[in-house]
Ligand binder design. Structure first.
Ligand code: GDP
Length: 199
């Protein structure tokens, strides 16, 4: 898919502030610093569209990017913010949770995971919750350039097993790197396929 346009349309603090449209939405979520902004910039080919390493204040909002005037990438507030109080971090989760649980045009959630780390409890808890909502999701391993392909494959296998143990199904895992651009095609193909209505 060629990206002809990619624009930040709105930043919403709650469901009521989300765009009044029925465009298919693909939401990205993950822990702070996982590489969410970098992936949005990689996919859209617009460096600086999503701010890389934005201050936590900015990342508390849901940012809606309209792509080719047709579909939307939604940058959701992450979970596990290191720099804010616990109660506040919980409130961020609720905001994203409300959106994921109730947004009619949400087509799929992309859960970003740092490919270098062993499975983390906060990610597993989130995936278990997400699976319970019935909203389709895919895992995107980020920062694959930081280690060998073999290590990434091994970590993906361990991650798949952990998720399967929690929810009874092995998740699909896509691998990406904003530095080497590896995986951009795979993620775009995945999105195209979902836009075409494939499960
Ligand atoms: P966010 O907080 O999830 O939006 O993460 P950012 O996109 O701001 O990235 C956090 C940090 O990780 C920044 O210093 C990025 O340059 C770096 N980063 C993000 N993606 C990659 C990647 O694929 N490879 C490498 N080597 N660094 C990355």
């Amino acid at each position: 898919m060629q990206i002809r346009s990619a624009d930040l349309v709105t930043s919403a603090s709650d469901l009521g502030g989300c765009p009044d449209w029925d465009r298919p939405e693909f939401a990205l979520i993950g822990r702070s610093n996982v590489g969410k902004s970098s992936l949005i910039n990689l996919l859209t080919g617009r460096n600086g569209l999503a701010k890389v390493s934005a201050t936590p204040g900015k990342t508390r909002l849901m940012n809606f990017f309209l792509i080719n005037q047709q579909w939307s990438l939604v940058d959701l507030p992450g979970y596990g913010f290191a720099k804010v109080a616990k109660e506040e971090a919980h409130a961020f989760n609720e905001r994203s949770g409300d959106y994921i649980g109730r947004r009619a045009c949400l087509r799929c959630v992309l859960v970003l995971i740092d490919s270098r780390h062993p499975p983390q409890r906060i990610d597993m808890d989130f995936i278990e919750w997400l699976s319970g909502t019935g909203v389709p999701f895919v895992i995107v391993f980020t920062k694959a350039d930081k280690q060998s392909a073999g290590k990434t494959r091994a970590n993906a296998a361990v991650f798949r097993e952990h998720v399967a143990a929690r929810i009874g199904v092995e998740p699909e895992i896509l691998v990406s790197s904003a530095v080497s651009r590896e995986g951009r095609g795979d993620v775009m193909k995945f999105i195209e396929s979902r836009l075409a209505g494939n499960p």
